[in-house]
Design a binder for this molecule. Sequence first.
Ligand code: GLA
Length: 736
Amino acid sequence: MLMKILNKIITAVCLMAASVPVLSGKDYIVNAGSISLAVAAPEGGKLDFLYFGPSVDADGLIQLRQAGAVIGKEAYPEFGVNITSAIKALQVCHHDGNMTTDLTVDTVTESETDTYSLLRIRLKDKFYKFYVDVFYKGWKNSDVIETWTVLENREKKAVTVNRFDSGCIYLRSGDVWVSHFSGNWAAETSLTEEPLEPGILVVKNMEGARNAQHSHAEMMFSLDGKPEENHGRTIGAALCWSGNYELRVDTSGERDHVFMAGICPDASQYVIDPGKTFETPALAISYSGEGLGGVSRNFHRWARNGKIHNGWAVRDILLNSWEGVYFNVNEQGMEQMMSDIASMGGELFVMDDGWFGEKYPRNNDTSSLGDWKADPVKLPGGLKPLEDAARKYGIKFGIWVEPESTNSVSELFEEHPDWALQARNRDLVYGRGGTQLLLDLCNPEVQDYAFEVMDTLLTRYPGISYIKWDANASLLNYGSAWLPDDRQSHIYIDYHRGLEKLAKRIREAHPDVVMQACGGGGGRVNYGIMPEFDEFWVSDNTDALQRLFIQWGTSYFYPSNAMAQHVSADRNHQTGRVLPLKFRFDVAMTGRLGMEIQPMDMSDKDKQFAAKAIAQYKEIRPLVQTGNLYRLISPYDGKGVVSLSYVDDSKDNAILFAYKISHYVYQPIPRFRLAGLDPGKTYRFHELTLPDGTEPCSLEGKTVSGRILMDTGVEIPLETEYASRVFVLSEVKETL
Ligand code: GLA
């Protein structure tokens, strides 16, 4: 009898849940593409994180509650009255010295535009006039949700915030793995995959100025065990900030892992004056059921839709002068390089470091940064003849600058020694060249100076269509002559706010100029500044073999048209390795192709090959640069081969890249199993980048179904050491 009644009640509740999918009035869902995030925000109660994953509607959330599958823990945990764990997202010292905060929901606002929906939950301290607005923004056309906070001080006096994360999410524990990146100069973006173990995993960056050389502000979580490229529920997170950061995963034996990310609080206590606010940078999160690759594609789409400048644009093929001539820039040499790249089919020439300095000519890295006037000896006619020459050769012209730095040996430093960051009562510490110093971008006057430098260059020389914006200095001297004594702890943060402001101003004044973010190699790969930049320099390491690893990791979060990848000399300048020109091209061609070489040193045969490869790259460029990336065989898996592909939205066309990276007798080479194709379509193979006199491999012209290519795979002949192959796969359309 009792069972019967119970069954009736359960059925009634289920029917109600199914037919009346309304939320309780305190639950809110934010949707983005095919994912959702849900929180509970009862007025006067705590803001709780409920859910993040595949889309759910109101009914779905009710069902999740019934299944016991909601989290129900604080969505933005403050250091407060019930300190159960040391890991908190926010720690405030109120005006009277009280270190605790007790936040409850004040108001909730939902709004919507054509492109996103926005949920704002205003939290208020129970006693102090201190408010925290927690934002969740769901993009309609990408599977990415951004979360951040605005802290508002309405107390009588200043408050100090000691920790200020952007956001927090929970992951149900189980066999959860994390993928993150470490590195160094010329060895950036090295991938680590590890299971989450008890304890706190911290990825922290304190470089000060460039935050991507030693680690990345990004992580992926594989919820179903060891990460897989094309399977498994996976979450990705990227902190959109160019300065110091701290990403933490707390695994303390509880049911859920807690992930929090934000600006690193070390030496960065921030004072909020009465009536003022402090905004944290966005933490972008995504979910996919299609493994690491699915999350990567979500981030690529989101980036192209606005988080990199001109994100859907196809970029020019360029020659950059650095590894070709280093500081030995001169008019004749630059013109020769322009003529060479034009004759190989390139579209842009970039004059790198070494072109400036009057009183102190820039002949090496010990002087001249800040003196942005052409060296009268190297370039007697200034920049004008170079603009003219580029026009003559039918290509575009670009130039290198490093607007955030100076050298102690420079006219700029002589005039404005106080513009360099410097710790009080301490000797200056120098960076590159033993003289390099970072300018104080906290100071609006310095921001104006840097803006003028760039604006004058671009206005006076309208022929400059590309800027390589370099940043070769770490933040070594922690002190600002501009910030008041009691605001010195703002330097790490205000520097980057100054940088963002500067980049935005230049971008607004020169919307069409292509800008590369370079940070002494890959130091500026972050979504803090990328909205103003078109691309970044992936690494100063141009060795194609090592680049396979570096580019692999970088592609986890960044799209191919943002990744500058250059073909360099056949004895590589960083590693000394000798690789076939075809291999070097095939590796560089997976992103924004360029060259970083002295064409004068290339044989005619090599130049002919380069011209052919460039012409063929132009044909596949739209698909490579804006298509959907499927990583197939990882260089980290020790299989001796590497493979990746791009597939268009219609799944009619794909580009397949395959490389051999180790070589020995009886080497087992796996079959290459593709992904992202249409199983019902048939594809024809056509091989590209074949050196003259070489026959295409046995796959040329063959037709294979998407199903076989994905289920069973294809044998790709890779006989010789450092063999590589590039194929176009096109759907075979039935003709009668
Ligand atoms: C950095 C860049 C290089 C080059 C040099 C010039 O190292 O990453 O590509 O521009 O500076 O000094």
